[in-house]
Structure formats: structure tokens, C-alpha cells
Ligand binder design. Structure first.
Ligand code: TXA
Ligand code: MG
Length: 314
């Protein structure tokens, strides 16, 4: 189907992607249409192996080292585009740079390998909404707009890939994810600029930072220490001390209104549950969702990044 210029939802370890042959402009255009995505927001291109990546982007020693360490995995590089590689211009939104990633899913890497072309794939959700970590999230968001979903269970990482811009003198983190800026600094022995807080509606160099992103429809109340009447609770760690205002305890909440990202306070587990639990709590249409504090260390930073954006846009 991809070879015929159609689009398909594909599993990855971060979130489900909506894929098209990156060398086919019409096919790539179908992604933008299905998502309702603004055409100035470029797509990440997925490769089956490093040779394919080196053909479409100009690798440097930092990229080689990072690829050797983290690929296949949840890390995307922004590198100079090789303009002779045949990448459709709408993939990069006309930029001279390209985002490249080798996903961990064997199924998806095999599909790319058999296609023999890189696959452009943004997250498989309507533009501005929560990313999908399960096939049913894709159905709910785009089911009537796409013909096929390749299922691969729940995405293990659960947050979109870390994006690191390697086109400047100093590497810059554009999007926080499972691979942290600190880990990258330690590996490459160079400091990494943190551009993850830059928010803009249309800046072309760091469009990963579009203001309205990762939005559930329900309002979020972050760093909650108690629960308002009628609210749902997204907990993290122990809920021993979480009470309902005016009387009551978490255990008095309807079962549909309580979810815990990780009862043991494990940040990686919390990350993998974040979007699926937000999707589920969003369904119950409570007036708001109280979210307990998440430690801002390691992958907790990526969790807080997504929560802050979701809270700002709902
Ligand atoms: O984990 C992921 O990265 C998932 C899976 C499917 O691989 N994909 C994903 O794609 O999150 P998307 O389109 O939802 O987010 C890609 C981000 C966008 O915010 C886009 O602006 C940014 O990457 N991006 C793509 N190419 C870029 C470039 N050349 N320069 C700067 N940012 C770029
Ligand atoms: Mg997305």
C-alpha cells in the first residue's frame, strides 16, 4: 500500500506513526490532509538502517556516535538534508534540514526495508491532539481517514522521540523524550543547548514546539495535592494522602475517575502510561483532571513537558 502511494498507521516504541513513502509527494500530502496538519510543520523520516539514513541526511561524527548508541530507538536527529536523495519537498516543509529516526519496532523497520524508501511519519493523531500509544487511539482520532493500521500493541516508551538538532556548532535539544539531554551530554562530551521551552506558533527551525500540542479536551490541573469534587485523578506514586475537598479519599472516587501512572513512582512506567491514561480520563468528561506532581528529573522532564503543554492548551 505504501508503494502504491497510500498512507498507513505503523507501530513504533514511542507512539504510533502515520506513514507514507517519503519520496512520494502526493502520498505525503495525504498525511497532512488526514491529520489537518499545517504544511509548514515538517515530518520525521523513518529509516530501516543507518545506510538509508546516511543517504538522506549528512551525518557528522556526533550523529554517528549517537546513532551507534541509541538506534534503533527513541532519538531523532535534525541534520542537513541531502537534496539529491529524492525526499519530497513537503516532508521537510521546504527546510534544508531533515529529521531522521530509526524506530525500534521490527515490524515497522521491516516494512520500511521492503518498501526500500524512507517513510515519513508524524504521530498518528489529528493535529494538536494527544499522540496515540495504542491502535484504538488511532482509530478514535483518524479511523475514518486512513485505510490501514498495522497493530503492534502498546508503545513501550509512550512519549514522542527526543529531538536533537545537530546542524549548528552546539547540539540543541528541541523536544524532550526518553533519551535525556544529560545522557547525550555525557556521551558526546559537549554541552547541549536546551531549546525545549521555546514556544512558537510558526517558527520553522523548531516547529516541534508548536503551542497547541498534546491536548486532551479536558482541562488539566497540575501539581494537585487534593481532588476537587467531580474531578478525575491522574496519580503518580503513593496516594495515601490524597483527599477529596469537602471530605473523602481517593478510594471514594468512581473507578473510572482514578488512574495511577506508576504506583511505585517509576518514571519510565509513568511515561509509557501517560498518553493512554490521559486518553482514558479524557473519555469520562469530568470537569477537570487533577494531576499529581511528577519529579522533574530524567524522563520526568519529558512527562512534565507534555503535561504543561496539555494544561496550557486545554
Ligand atoms: O516519536 C516520534 O518522533 C514519532 C514517531 C511516529 O516516530 N513521531 C512524531 O512526529 O512525533 P511528529 O510529526 O508528531 O513530531 C515531529 C516533530 C514536529 O514537531 C516537527 O516540527 C519536528 O519534529 N521536525 C521535523 N523535522 C524538523 C526539522 N527539519 N527541523 C526542526 N524540527 C523538525
Ligand atoms: Mg505529533
Amino acid at each position: 500500500m505504501l508503494a502504491d502511494g497510500q498512507i498507513a498507521a505503523l507501530p513504533t516504541e514511542t507512539v504510533y506513526g502515520l506513514g507514507a513513502d517519503a519520496t512520494n509527494k502526493n502520498a505525503v500530502d495525504k498525511i497532512f490532509k488526514a491529520k489537518g496538519r499545517p504544511d509548514f510543520n515538517p515530518l520525521i523520516v523513518h529509516v530501516s538502517d543507518i545506510q538509508m539514513a546516511r543517504k538522506i541526511a549528512e551525518f557528522n561524527p556526533t550523529a554517528e556516535l549517537l546513532a551507534q548508541t541509541y538506534w534503533p530507538g527513541p532519538l531523532t536527529f535534525i541534520l542537513p538534508l541531502n537534496i539529491n536523495a529524492g525526499i519530497a519537498p513537503n516532508v521537510t516543509a521546504g527546510l534544508k534540514t531533515i529529521g531522521v529516526r530509526m524506530p525500534a519496532s521490527d515490524v515497522t523497520r521491516n516494512i520500511i526495508k521492503h518498501l526500500g524508501q524512507p517513510v515519513a511519519a508524524p504521530s498518528a493523531n489529528a493535529s494538536g491532539r494527544l499522540s496515540p500509544t495504542k491502535p484504538e487511539h488511532v482509530v478514535a482520532s483518524l479511523g475514518d481517514k486512513i485505510d490501514v493500521i498495522v497493530t503492534g500493541g502498546k508503545s513501550a516508551v509512550g512519549l514522542e522521540s527526543t529531538i536533537i538538532d545537530l546542524t549548528g556548532d552546539q547540539p540543541a535539544l528541541l523536544r524532550a523524550g526518553f533519551v535525556t539531554g544529560d545522557a547525550i551530554e555525557r556521551l558526546i562530551g559537549q554541552s547541549v543547548q536546551d531549546n525545549t521551552k521555546q514556544k512558537t506558533e510558526d517558527a520553522p527551525t523548531a516547529p516541534g514546539q508548536l503551542l497547541k500540542h498534546y491536548a486532551p479536551k479536558t482541562k488539566l490541573r497540575l501539581n494537585a495535592v487534593d481532588i476537587e469534587k467531580g474531578e478525575a485523578l491522574l496519580a503518580f506514586g503513593s496516594v495515601k494522602f490524597m483527599g477529596i475537598k469537602g471530605g473523602g479519599h481517593v478510594r471514594d472516587l468512581p473507578i473510572s475517575h482514578y488512574m495511577n501512572l506508576s504506583e511505585t513512582g517509576d518514571l519510565a512506567e509513568g511515561a509509557s502510561n501517560l498518553f493512554s491514561m490521559l486518553h482514558a480520563l479524557d473519555q469520562i468528561k469530568a470537569p477537570s483532571i487533577a494531576v499529581m506532581n511528577i519529579p522533574d528529573t530524567g524522563i520526568g522532564r519529558a512527562i512534565n513537558d507534555r503535561l504543561t503543554r496539555a494544561a496550557e492548551s486545554a
